[in-house]
Ligand binder design. Structure first.
Ligand code: F6R
Length: 611
């Protein structure tokens, strides 16, 4: 949430900042702004998209080899020009960009008001800019010390980049709970919320840790803690290609990412499955292997789509590995008084690895003594560093705000974990285990077949694009798939959609069904097939429209429903990897036909770094 970029070096900063903001726009698109240091600080900011900012800046002075830029997802104060970042302190000394929330901003604001400060915006960030300036002036200190003192008074989360009008040779950056990466060039440094704006300039990066402060000149970087302890920078090599963050001919990132799933799933299991040796090797779990295999209870914590993947995980761990599983929204878990024991294994699932609620839930679980594992997509992300052990999904950067390939990659990891435990505990035979490995290896090709029939999804979308409501039903492992299908539709097309366990329909939602209501039923051949067929009949008896996702060769359901989408047969444990694909594509085409901004749906942002 909110994207931050910065540059210091010998080049003109503006084009680097604008390109960086375009790459980070998926993190927030309420407003955008840049500040350029060229003798003086010029700030340009505008409500709306980065393109609105570019239009506004045309013809203005864009010189400067030091600059910072921001794309905003509004927290304090509505999206407006004045609330856009960067924010400058009252006397113009400090200009800052910020991702996160200053929780005690109201108290700080009152104290500063008493000292004669007034505020032009409604943001917590302007309060911080003025606090730094107030300390700088009253304590007659330098910018770095003023920043560190100010941050010691702040409660909340921040990824922060600061320029000072009176110390024109440096950028100061700091991080607490909101991500910040520094890219190292030759006599130049790049800063960003994630590595996507940096990758085309350098592959050497430093991920800041909580409470780190970086003082960056074009030819020098000093890293220290807020308390002034000098730190040794940990320079890492970036494993990210430029083509991974571009659309490569697709109309939208979401479509590209849906079509990438054969590749992303293959990359997720590559080198980890070994059918000949009857083995699944998840290197990141080695030192917790025994604890995991012998776990009495697993608690899965996540938000949104990752939570849906967790629900699929619940079926897999219980069915294959016979371990009791609880799946909780991280945001609920952290504010209950959950019962956690030292024997518990907690699995946190997160594409971004930065979700604030998931991070806070991890802290709580760690404090209670549980062993916490992470399933993350973004390498080096906060969650991957906060957890005791974990498995990366290797789906590659997911830029469309609606999560697609991350979900199937998460399910792939959960499947491998459940299979690995099941085999170790000898709950499944060698034959069943190798059969499952082979089935999993075949999944990318089967997804490829679904994608080949892409036209059927746009045909269905054409018919139902003007629907106002939709219901998604599934049983067993198809229930989380129904939830996921409904979430995809509502978040990108703004059609109200609900996912339900099919049997629950009779307990309320059936009242909604009429001849205008599309009901998407995941009706694959598994142990609850007959039951779901009955559920379809119940919908049809009330004139509902049924779109059924069925197993290839099913000619029973075909006769009963309005549309069938056939997916290749696979083991029931793996079917969610296939049945999700049509739902992603139907949601995508409906949203496109309704003229929605598919990659940047309204009010949303990728990477929810505020609670
Ligand atoms: C929906 C979506 C969100 C995320 C949720 C968690 O398409 O993308 O629901 O799944 O915000 O994000 P991560 O996985 O980054 O923790």
């Amino acid at each position: 949430m909110c994207g931050i970029v910065g540059y210091i070096g010998n080049k003109n900063a503006y084009p680097i900042l604008i390109k960086g903001l375009q790459r980070l726009e998926y993190r927030g698109y309420d407003s955008a702004g840049v500040a350029l240091l060229n003798g003086q600080v010029n700030v340009y900011k505008k409500k709306g998209k980065v393109s609105d900012l570019e239009d506004y800046i045309t013809g203005q002075d864009i010189r400067g080899t030091i600059g910072i830029g921001h794309t905003r997802w509004a927290t304090h104060g509505e999206p407006s020009d004045v609330n856009a970042h960067p924010h400058t302190s009252q006397n113009g000394t400090f200009t800052i960009i910020h991702n996160g929330i200053i929780e005690n901003y109201s108290n700080l604001k009152n104290s500063l008001t008493e000292q004669g400060y007034s505020f032009v915006s409604e943001t917590d960030t302007e309060v911080l800019a003025n606090l730094i300036e107030y300390i700088y002036r009253t304590q007659e200190t330098n910018a770095e010390i003023a920043v560190r003192i100010a941050l010691s008074k702040v409660v909340g989360a921040y990824g922060l980049v600061i320029i000072c009008n009176e110390e024109k040779d440096k950028i100061i950056a700091a991080r607490k709970s909101s991500p910040l990466v520094i890219g190292l060039g030759d006599d130049e440094y790049f800063l960003a919320s994630d590595a996507t704006p940096i990758v085309e300039y350098t592959d050497r990066v430093i991920y800041l840790n909580n409470d780190d402060v970086a003082i960056i000149k074009k030819d020098e970087l000093i890293l220290k803690t807020i308390k002034n302890d000098i730190l040794e920078p940990n320079v890492q090599k970036l494993d990210l290609g430029l083509s991974e963050i571009e659309k490569n001919g697709f109309d939208h990132f979401m479509l590209k990412e849906i079509f990438e799933q054969p590749r992303s799933i293959r990359d997720t299991f590559r080198g980890r499955l070994n059918a000949e040796k009857n083995e699944i090797r998840l290197g990141g779990l080695y030192h917790v292997y025994d604890q995991l295999v012998n776990a009495k209870r697993i608690i899965i914590l996540a938000c949104g789509t990752s939570w849906h993947a967790g629900l699929v995980g619940e079926y897999l761990f219980e069915d294959l590995a016979r371990i009791q599983v609880e799946v909780d929204y991280a945001s609920e878990f952290r504010y209950r008084n959950p019962v956690i024991s030292e024997e518990d294994i907690v699995i946190a699932i997160s594409q971004s690895g930065e979700t604030a609620d998931t991070l806070a839930a991890i802290q709580l679980a760690k404090e209670a003594g549980a062993t916490v594992l992470g399933i993350c997509n973004v390498v080096g992300s906060s969650i991957s560093r906060e957890t005791h052990a974990g498995v990366y999904t290797h789906a590659g950067p997911e830029i469309g705000v609606a999560s697609t390939k991350a979900f199937t990659a998460q399910v792939t990891v959960l499947t491998m974990m459940a299979m690995m435990i099941a085999r170790e505990k000898q709950l499944i035979s060698v034959e069943k285990f190798t059969g499952l490995i082979k089935e999993l290896e075949d999944i990318p090709e089967k997804i490829g077949k679904i994608l080949e029939n892409n036209d059927q999804f746009s045909d269905i979308a054409k018919i139902y694009k003007d629907a106002t409501n939709a219901l998604y039903l599934g049983r067993g492992v198809s229930y989380p798939v129904a939830l996921e299908g409904a979430l995809k539709l509502k978040e990108i097309s703004y059609i109200h959609a609900e996912g339900y366990p099919a049997a629950e329909m009779k307990h309320g939602p059936i009242a909604l069904i009429d001849e205008n209501m599309p009901v998407v039923v995941i009706a694959i051949k598994d142990s609850s097939y007959d039951k779901i067929v009955s559920n379809i009949q119940e919908v049809k008896a009330r004139n509902g429209i049924v779109i059924a996702i069925v197993t290839e060769g099913d000619d029973t359901i075909e006769k009963m429903v309005d549309h069938v989408i056939a997916i290749p047969e696979t083991d029931p444990s793996l079917v969610s990897l296939l049945s999700t694909i049509p739902l992603q594509l139907i949601a995508y085409y409906i949203a496109v036909m309704r003229g929605c901004n598919v990659d940047q749906p309204r009010n949303l942002a990728k990477s929810v770094t505020v609670e």
